[in-house]
Structures are given as structure tokens and as C-alpha cells.
Design a protein around this ligand. Structure first.
Ligand code: HEM
Length: 225
């Protein structure tokens, strides 16, 4: 019997998940060793990624392989990232936005999939949103503690999903939606490949951010008042 898609996704990306978790960038984050410079750079990079992912999801929202995974009110991250960047960088953040090379590569892939193979976009949505829902609360607390960001949530809105009351409940729903997709065997295999590719793109983004770090700084590093 064939595995359900969500089970197949989890198993096919297990090693890639371990690689992502173990990048120096993510290890530093988990050990509360993230600097404010790296944190800002991460949010800028995520902003570039989510703008592309969410525009492509929006454009393809009626596609049969995507409509069941379309949850803009619950999942979308762009406005939360805008609020965080506005808080951390102040006015003018948009003009000064940095989109490092590996991030641009990820964005290019999202645009390509969105226009040429939208049936694979769900692999990207799964990789990011399920990851955000799984680790978000822990990462938010780590960031607040390590960087002295306020408990009110300013600067860390990206990590909270105000329209989801139970992340486990929502993850269950999302998994059942993934399993309900009617896909050919070929598309299913391509989705598994694409999810691995999405993880790899994330690894490359983290490696890039780790390399860039403070040397890519524009300005000071203090938390806003
Ligand atoms: C699931 C931890 C980074 C994507 C999970 C789960 C844990 C976890 C504990 C399991 C939750 C559950 O079974 O309900 C972490 C830690 C990370 C990290 C500690 C590094 C700090 C990432 C990254 C991505 C990612 C960078 C991708 C960009 C996912 C996905 C799932 C997941 C897609 C859902 C798996 C599934 O149930 O199908 N993560 N993660 N994670 N994570 Fe991560």
C-alpha cells in the first residue's frame, strides 16, 4: 500500500531536516547565540522568500493541487515580517532590504515553480509553514531572550500565528489536506523531490547568512526603544 503523502513527505525529508537543524546558523539560534545582526538578516531573507511564496500561492490558489492548502488568513507571514522589519529597522527598511545570493536563488526557484509547475508549490508551502508551526514558539522565546526583544511580541511577530489556536490541531488539518490531494504517481514523486529541494534551499540560505553576518551590516545593532 502507498504511504499517505504527509507520511511520505516526513520520511523523504528526514535527513534534509536534520541537515537544516544542524546548520551552524540554526545551532547558534538554538544555543541563544544569535546576534541581532544575524536575526535582522534572517527576517529580511524570510521576507524575500515569503513574498515570493505567498504571491505564487495566491496566483495559483485555484489550482487543484493547491486549493486545499490555501490558508492565507491562518498562515501568511508577509505582514508579520513587515511589522518586525519596521520595528527592528525603522522607516526606510524596504529601501534598504537585503536579499542575499542564496535567498535570491530560493526566490528564483519559487517563481519558476509557481509559473511552470504550480502542482509542486505545495512542497514549498509544506516545508516552510509546517516548520514554522513546529518550531516557531521555541524560536520566538529564544530570540526574545537572546536579543532582549519585548515579550509583547514586537520584533518576533513572524513566529506567532494569531489566527491558529492550536498548532498541533492545525498541523493535523494541513496533513489531512495534503493526504486528500489527488495526484498522479509522477507528480507525487516530484513533490517529494521538490520538498527535499526546498530543505536544501533553506540550508543554503542559512549557510549564506552565517557567512555574511555582521560584515553585511549597514548600521548599528541596538534593539529599538
Ligand atoms: C517538524 C524541530 C528547523 C521544517 C519539526 C518537529 C520538530 C522540529 C521537533 C516535529 C514536530 C512534530 O512532529 O509535530 C526543528 C528544530 C529546528 C528545525 C529544532 C532548528 C532550529 C527546521 C527548518 C525547516 C523545518 C529550517 C525547513 C525550512 C519542518 C517541517 C516539519 C518539521 C516541514 C514537519 C514534519 C512533518 O510532520 O511532516 N521540526 N526544526 N524545520 N520541521 Fe523542523
Amino acid at each position: 500500500m502507498t504511504m499517505d503523502l504527509c507520511e511520505a513527505l516526513k520520511s523523504a525529508t528526514k535527513e534534509a531536516h536534520e541537515r537544516a537543524e544542524n546548520t551552524q546558523f540554526m545551532r547558534n539560534f538554538q544555543n541563544s547565540q544569535i546576534s541581532l545582526e544575524h536575526f535582522k538578516l534572517l527576517l529580511e531573507s524570510l521576507y524575500c522568500i515569503y513574498v515570493a511564496l505567498e504571491e505564487e500561492m495566491e496566483r495559483n490558489r485555484e489550482h487543484p493541487a493547491l486549493s486545499a492548502l490555501y490558508f492565507p488568513g491562518e498562515l501568511h507571514r508577509v505582514s508579520a515580517l513587515e511589522a518586525d522589519l519596521q520595528y527592528l529597522h525603522g522607516e526606510g527598511w524596504r529601501e534598504a532590504l537585503r536579499c542575499p545570493p542564496a535567498t535570491s536563488e530560493y526566490v528564483r526557484r519559487l517563481r519558476h515553480v509557481g509559473s511552470e509547475q504550480p502542482e509542486l508549490l505545495g512542497a514549498h508551502a509544506y516545508t516552510r509553514y509546517m516548520g514554522d508551526l513546529s518550531g516557531g514558539q521555541v524560536l520566538r522565546k529564544l530570540a526574545q531572550k537572546a536579543l532582549g526583544l519585548p515579550a509583547s511580541g514586537r520584533g518576533t511577530a513572524f513566529f506567532t500565528f494569531p489566527n491558529i489556536s492550536s498548532s498541533n490541531g492545525f498541523k493535523q488539518l494541513y496533513r489531512s489536506r495534503l493526504d486528500s490531494l489527488e495526484l498522479s504517481q509522477q507528480t507525487r514523486l516530484q513533490i517529494l523531490d521538490e520538498a527535499n529541494r526546498a530543505f536544501q534551499l533553506n540550508v543554503e540560505v542559512f549557510e549564506d547568512l552565517q557567512r555574511l553576518g555582521p560584515s553585511a551590516l549597514r548600521n548599528g545593532s541596538s534593539v529599538p526603544e
